[in-house]
Design a protein around this ligand. Structure first.
Ligand SMILES: [Cu+2]
Length: 109
């Protein structure tokens, strides 16, 4: 289960390479910019995925002020990326690596 905490003012279409996933739910979050923390809003309840989000996906929209949860099984070992599909975001650090399995030769430590 991955959780995308969106503490920005924009919706982000998040894409995870090499895997398909199911959208589980979304829930309100609280952002404390002074303390630089984010947490699930106490007393809030998760909202199920929308009807059009049923089935396996490779992209999900992470809305502002919410955590978006997705679940998946990683079967393919290797090094991949996950990123926002908005190019300006992707080019400004919203493309991140992830690895399945043991470290690989030449991988940065
Ligand atoms: Cu984005």
């Amino acid at each position: 289960m991955w959780e995308f905490y969106n503490a920005t003012g924009d919706a982000h279409p998040m894409h995870i390479h090499e895997v398909v996933f199911e959208v589980v739910d979304r829930q309100a979050i609280l952002v404390d910019e002074d303390a630089r923390t984010v947490m699930v809003e106490p007393g809030s309840s998760p909202t199920p995925a929308e009807p059009w989000e049923s089935g396996f996906k490779d992209m999900v929209i992470a809305y502002p002020g919410q955590v978006t949860r997705v679940k998946m099984n990683f079967a393919q070992p290797g090094q991949f990326v996950w990123h926002c599909h908005i190019v300006e975001h992707e080019d400004n650090e919203m493309m991140r690596p992830y690895r399945i399995g043991p470290p690989q030769p030449g991988e940065p430590s």
